[in-house]
Unconditional design. Sequence first.
Lengths: 204, 465
Amino acid sequence: MARLTEENVRLAREIIGRYPKARSATIPLLHLAQEQDGYVTNEAMSHIGELVGASSAEVFGTASFYEMFKFEPVGKYLINICGTMSCALMGAEELMHHAEERLGIKMGSTTADGKFTLERAECQAACTEAPCLQVNYRYRYRVTPDQLDTLIDDLSAGTLSSEIPAHGVVASVRQHIPADRGVGAVAPELVTENPVWLDGKAAL
Amino acid sequence: MTGGTWQHAPGFYAGDRPQVVTSRFQYEDSYTLERYLATDGYKGLRSALARPASEIHDEVRNATVLGRGGAGFPAGNKWGLMPQGVWPRYLVVNGDESEPGTYKDRLLMERDPHQLIEGCLIASYAAGLSQCFLYIRGEMALAQERIATALNEAYAAGYIGKNILGSKFSLDIVLHWGAGAYVVGEETALIESLEGNRGMPRLKPPYFPAANGLYGQPTIVNNVETLANLPWLLNNGAAAYTAIGTATSPGTRMVAVSGHVNRPGVFEIINGITTFRDLLYGDEFCQGIRNGNDLKAFVPGGGSAPWFTPDQLDLPFEASQVGPAGSMLGSGAIMVMDSTTDIPRAALTLTRFYAHESCGKCTPCREGGTWLERILSRVVDGKGTDADLDQIFEVGESICPGAFPHASNEKLGIAAVPFPYRMNTICFVGPSAYAPVHSALTLFRSEFDARIVKRTMIKVTAVSE
């Protein structure tokens, strides 16, 4: 639980290199830290500050604004049940009560075995498929209480681990810009001329 | 070829209508480069590069591609607002879809990421933008994976990067992950977040993105759906684009209808002419209200929009008619409430959302939103008083001074107050906390009154000996 690993520092440098200013990489690097440890540690925030040229307080200032970053351990599976209008109209409250009873915890808390965290979430952009939920940001649509039970059984048994990675892993695919294809980010103050293709002629 | 729905595009129904942005949804592998290239992919870019950039800008301007994020400002005109001779200029793609009721950008990113990428390339070429940042909502893991894969494929194939397709046009597109904050969908907050800060909106002026955006440079912020229109536009021309829809609302629009309908769904509709009645009751759309119930109310344009009742069903999906009627089209999201709906509780689910999502920068929103949520909760729980209902209007007045827009209602004998409103906040989050409760109270007052604890004066008589 600590600073970013060597491999993650290499990834962090690659990500920073895509932006005209290093600070822009703060949020992607926070995701990287959360992927490494399951939550964002103080040490990781100091390390990110060193990498992007900010104080650890500034990094925490940014991190604490965003819902997805957790500053203490959460369950391996974070279950976010949407409670905004379309889902509420279609039975989200009932689903939340059911989840609380099934797992024996209240919304916003984690099971004793560290496996599940329950959260009430706001609109997840799946309104036609209400009520919906996400497990580590992977969707389940039109969820009935019975389906929720099955989902929890499957997660407990580990049968969904290929589809749903542990909390912290957002995307299992990363962008890589090949060195020979990338244009490269330039600090804005170093750009003084118009792009070459704006010369009134066709580019091809 | 167009009918039906598919397991791989949950909620989407094609119907028998023109498809500008959803034509590939029918294919299970619609997100791959292979499928994209087999279905006219990157042809629009190639034809764009064969013409001077200014001509492409004119083509987009002539097509009047309206912004699909909420404000509805024409993209071509937006690009034209950047000051001349100031470099570099940036493109920031707003993929932070999170307005309650809205479900379209996520589908476009998951199902057809190359179409969005081609749109970004065309826009950057036309408007002379040096770098593009795709800001994707953090909670959308699949969209991020699909876009990351598509970007990697497109770089390798020479569609992005240095000297694209062997031309003098070069562009990097960077995938940026958000981390969960509704307010970041506001364009200046999006820029703040992209600079590595808390996503709080900036004051306009001076921070109009077109002049003073990312790193203080001219910046275009466009919605995902807006950019997804560009490949089709380049392939078919502005005349074909404006032939769909109306003069003021050309093309198509992605609309999500959710709530108490028989078939909730996402539809690409013909802009400007499709009415709310078509959408809610039409066979090719939602097929009526569930269980044969009556319609009570609907939100026409995302959680921020004032509500409509059956009186407004015959309005078309056209901003110039919905505005005077007291609401807005916003992000193309309709939420439907049938006769069984508990109106105060429904309003609370939205007001709570905006109170929760307030960034805290403006006092009327930070305090007002919370107050509205608390007062409304009290009323919903049967603990409210008459004074609480008056106070809702007072708090609302402090967020939005003056008359707040609402729909007309024949039964209640009230006339519409047109959209928009005045506001004491930098962005729309504060007013959006007020909109649902204001609509609910104005149009369904009796449901609130029925829940109020009536306090009667007790006559106290002095007891004398």
